[in-house]
Design a protein around this ligand. Structure first.
Ligand SMILES: C[S@@+](CC[C@H](N)C(=O)[O-])C[C@H]1O[C@@H](n2cnc3c(N)ncnc32)[C@H](O)[C@@H]1O
Length: 424
């Protein structure tokens, strides 16, 4: 991969956005398509080299284009409530894209017979493994402190308590990241650092801390409408969106220009409309994703995997060996274990990073690994992906169900939610 040119985008007197420009991969002719997948500047190459994907037989398209040496997502940024509502995980064997693990643990808490978390980025595996050790070792409030959901000066102690339950590689990975542990492991990813930049440097251009607190305080729908119109939706707020989600800045942040070919009208207008929906129609006081984006912690408002009522359910499921994590691409895992059949699939938004043709091929393989009635859930952000007509007889689109769940999506930056069911 070629070196990355760094781009500086001046967003006014007080703020300069540092971005990494899209680069061409010489041997494939492809473009690196997403900021999250751009190579991190690793300080410990030897250690990270050990963390390369192990399932070499069948790679994912994105694996040919990206470096997987750092944490991209220190939390799952897809709404776990939508997943548990449509996948109906109770009693099912679930296959779940790992990311940082939260949504896979949410499926366990919802009664999945088993959860296989598959993840091709070894740094993400380290996030999942540390969560698993923490469920097994800590009490609920220590667990929340380690994650950064709540403030703490004892995160190093909680990590040391979990350390013995980690594999040697994962232990070395986290031993080398004492700063990330002290800050809370849920803030250690590149995506969370984008949010921190937004929170610390961009949001204050439009809103004071007091206004942010007021936004997050419980209100009726009518009060939220009024608050949004009179306080929140000011000129600077709208300006931030026009700048941040302009094609120029998103392109400079690494989104492949190809993605925009499907987007009608302004991306900024669309994301602003979705954000308005999340701030008005869905109660911000009960939105854990919004709490973290705006305050850098969850406080009392937690996603499913972190709720106290689910803590022991996850711990028991782990003790019953109903969870495994596999370092591989989904494509590689399905090829390696053709005998494994699943009843539910959390697919995150992995098709976003694949061509339509590769997405259709993978959907075909997923159907082959499904029991009749198996359910699939995934998100689109910019690239529209859903089952093609050629699979219509094997995969039923559950559009009404997906649309009504999408109305309640608290992680509001996606464009569409897809639910599909394998024919019986
Ligand atoms: C798809 S990303 C989530 C992206 C986030 N929702 C966004 O759009 O910015 C979540 C995780 O999926 C993993 N991933 C992506 N494609 C995969 C594949 N084909 N097999 C296994 N894991 C994959 C990535 O390594 C990442 O940790």
């Amino acid at each position: 991969m070629m070196d990355q040119p760094e781009t500086r985008i001046n967003l006014g007197e007080n703020f300069t956005l540092y971005a990494v420009a899209t680069v061409q991969v010489p041997d494939s002719g492809n473009f690196v398509s997403d900021a999250e997948y751009l190579p991190a500047r690793s300080q410990n190459l030897d250690l990270l080299r050990k963390f390369q994907p192990k399932c070499g037989m069948s790679h994912s398209e994105i694996q040919h284009r990206a470096d997987f040496s750092e944490i991209r997502y220190a939390q799952c940024w897809e709404d776990s409530q939508l997943l548990t509502a449509c996948l109906k995980p109770a009693g099912r064997d679930c296959l779940s894209i790992g990311s940082a693990g939260d949504n896979s643990f949410a499926l366990l808490a919802a009664g999945a017979a088993s959860v296989t978390a598959v993840e091709m980025n070894a740094a993400q595996i380290a996030c999942i493994e540390l969560r698993r050790a923490a469920y097994l070792t800590l009490d609920h409030s220590q667990f929340l402190e380690l994650l950064g959901s709540r403030s703490s000066i004892r995160r190093g102690d909680w990590y040391r308590a979990c350390r013995e339950k980690l594999s040697g590689e994962v232990r070395s990975f986290w031993d080398a990241r004492s700063g990330a542990i002290a800050d809370g492991i849920g803030s250690a990813g590149k995506f969370e650092r984008y949010f921190a930049t937004f929170r610390n440097y961009v949001l204050p251009l439009a809103h004071s801390k007091k206004e942010v607190q007021s936004l997050l305080t419980g209100k009726s729908l009518a009060e939220r409408e009024r608050f949004y119109q009179t306080i929140w939706d000011n000129r600077r707020w709208r300006w931030i969106f026009q700048i941040f989600f302009s094609r120029t800045v998103m392109g400079a942040l690494g989104r492949d220009p190809e993605f925009f070919k499907y987007v009608e009208g302004s991306v900024a207008d669309r994301i602003l409309a979705r954000t308005r929906h999340a701030l008005v129609k869905i109660d911000p006081a009960e939105n854990p994703y919004l709490h973290w984006i705006l305050t850098g912690a969850h406080g009392e408002v937690l996603p499913e995997a972190l709720k106290e009522k689910n803590f022991d359910l996850v711990r028991h499921a782990l003790l019953e060996n109903r969870f495994r994590v596999v370092e591989a691409s989904l494509e590689g895992l399905l090829a390696q274990e053709p005998e494994c059949i699943y009843g539910a699939f959390n697919l995150s938004d992995i098709f976003e990073y694949m061509s339509e043709e590769n997405s259709s091929n993978l959907l075909g393989k997923i159907i082959s690994a499904s029991q009749p009635g198996a359910r699939l859930a995934y998100w689109n952000m910019l690239a529209p992906r859903a089952r093609p007509e050629s699979l219509a007889d094997r995969l039923i689109s559950c559009n009404d169900e997906a649309e009504s769940l999408f109305e309640q999506d608290r992680a509001f930056f996606y464009n569409r939610f897809i639910v599909e069911e394998v024919s019986g």
